[in-house]
Write a new protein. Sequence first.
Length: 471
Amino acid sequence: MPDEILPADDLGRVHFVGIGGAGLSAIARIMAASGIEVTGSDDADTPFLPSLRELGVTIHRGYDAEHLGDLGAGDSVVVTTAAREDNPEVAEARRRGLRLLPRSAGLAATMAGRQVVAVAGTHGKTTTTSLLTCALLACDADPTYAVGGLLSTTGRNADAGAGPLFVAEADESDGAFLVYSPFAAVVTNVAADHLDQWGTEEAYRAAFTEFVGRIDSDGFLVACTDDPGAADLRAVAAARDLTFVAVGEGEDAEVRAVDVVLEGGTSAFTVLDRGEELGRVTLRIPGRHYVLDALGALAAGLRLGLPFAGLRAGLESFTGTGRRMELKGEVDGVRVYDSYAHQPIEIAGDLEAARSLAGEGRVVVAYQPHLVSRTRLFGTAMGQALGAADEVVVLDVYLAREDPDPAVTGALVAGAVPLPPERVAFVPDQADVPAELVARARPGDVVLTLGAGSITEIGPQVLDLLRRALP
C-alpha cells in the first residue's frame, strides 16, 4: 500500500494484472470511462470483460512482461490479490520502478472528489450495493458504482456516473475496506469469516470497528441490528457521535420491515421509518435476507435525502446480480439456479429462498465448500445448514489460494448434513456432479448450485443433460 493514494487522474496510464476479476474490472471500467488509458491481462475470459472491450480497453490473454508495453515513469499497475510475486508482469513493473497498487488503492483512487457510500458486511454486500445503486439510478442521482457482480439492470459491474455519489462494495476479506474513507456506510452483518486473513474472530470484528472509525463525522452508518455483530457497532458509532441508523425487523430498528411475505419469486414488506408507514415494497427476488439488504439500501437512500417513491421504484426494478440466486434456465419443469453462498448463514438464506421458489416441488442442492481454512472451521455448520434442502450433493473443497489438507474435504460437510444417507452424496469429482443432480431431480424441483468457486459451471451442464433426456 502506498503512503499516499493519488487521484485516478494522476496515475498516468494504468495496466491491470488480473483485469478479469470482479474487483479489478470494475476499477478499470470506471477509469476507462473517465478518459484514462487502460490496459490489462488475465488468464481467463470472464463475463466482466466484454463491457471493457466496448470502451476500447486492450486485454491480453495470459501474463507476459511485454503486456506492459512502454509504460514508464508516472504510469501505474494495479494488481489483483491473487497474483503471486513471481507473476512476470508484477516482476517487470518492479524492475521498471512503476507505481504498484493493490486493488483497494486502485478503487480508492477512483473515489477522489466523490461522496462515497461504502457497503460492508460478512454477507450481502454485493446485493445491497446493487440494490442501492438501482435505487439511486431510479432517483436520477446518476451515481458512480462498483459492484462485485454483474448488475442485471445495466449488465455491468461498474459505471462512472455524472453525479457526486459513489456506491462501492467494501470488501473486508483482505482488509481493503480499511483503505476507504467514506461519507456514509452500510453494514449488513458481522460474523466471523476470512480467518486465514484475520487470525481470530476478535481481530475480524475489530476490523469493522476500525472501519466505522473511518466514516466521515458528518456522515452516517446504517446497520442491520437484527444481526448481533452489526448491532454492536451502535456503541462504536455513539462513541464517535456518528449518526447511527438501525434497520431490521426488530422493534429497535429505526427503519423497519413489517408484514414480510415471501411468496414464489417475490419478497414483500411494509416500511416504517421512525414509526411512520412509508409504503409497501415488493422485491422481485426471494428471501428474507434480501428484505434486510433492501432495507439497508433504502435507509441509506432516505438519509441521503432521496424520496421514498423513487427509491422504492429502484428496489422493485432490481432482478438480481450475477451469481446471487441467478436463474440459469428451466428444462422439463426443473428450474436451475446458481448462487455464491459459501458461509452457513448465506446457505441458510438461499435455501429459504429456494424453498419459496420451489412451492410444491423439492429443493435439490449442490454445494462446493470454499477454502480449506473456512471448511475446517465451519464445515459442520455448512452441513447442518444444507439440511434445509431435500437432496444434497457435496463437492470437494475449492482450494483457491490455499494448499490441500487431506483431513479437510467435502466429506466433512456431507457427513454433517442432517438428512437420511440416501439423500446426501459426497461427489469429489466435479465432472460427475451434473449427472448426479439430474438423477435426483424431477419436474417441479428447484436445483440450486451453491459456492464461490467453479461450481457455477455446473448449472448449464445440468440443463444440457436434462435437454438430452427429453423424448
